[in-house]
Design a protein around this ligand. Sequence first.
Ligand code: AMP
Length: 191
Amino acid sequence: MINFVLFGPPGSGKGTQAALLEEQFNLKHISTGDIFRYNIKNETELGKLAKSYIDKGALVPDEVTIDMLKQAVADNAEVKGFIFDGFPRTDIQAEALDAFLSGLETQINACLSLEVSDELLTERLLERGKTSGRSDDTDLSVIRDRIAVYHNQTAPLKHYYQHQDKFVAVDGVGAISEITHRLAEHIRKHI
Ligand code: AMP
């Protein structure tokens, strides 16, 4: 298996790029945000719990998120590898992911980080909010909170992957296809 973490703040293009890379490399894209939204739409218990955090721009608790991620991986046992989008977002999640993958005799090959300025992120998220139907994309204070959560809780994970020599910063500004090309170059090194 080959597995990648697609890393970056909200609005950096992780979801868009992961979907394109999934197709190009035949890897399974797992987005924890998408799984939460699916559960919210279907009014499951998990959805109700997640909604209370997502609406505020806060992270859903680690234990709930980690269990959900493990289930999503287990449900796709036959794939060539995964692109994790929006996971891990905390040190605890990163450690849990490593332990879990090692139990499956695999590992993260690289953490590809999309680098975009806070100003551009806010602009992109407000623009996306006009059509995404995501309430967390329309409220400026929730957007600011999500970006702050990224800087405080998620960005430090860069060091986690740097220590493992797996961290790759990729310019997340430009045409969608250009950015896909930049990411694909790094993925190819592991194939
Ligand atoms: P996303 O679609 O990745 O922007 O995620 C939307 C929201 O889902 C986030 O703002 C969090 O509230 C929640 N979420 C998604 N992934 C995680 C995660 N790995 N850990 C905790 N909360 C998450």
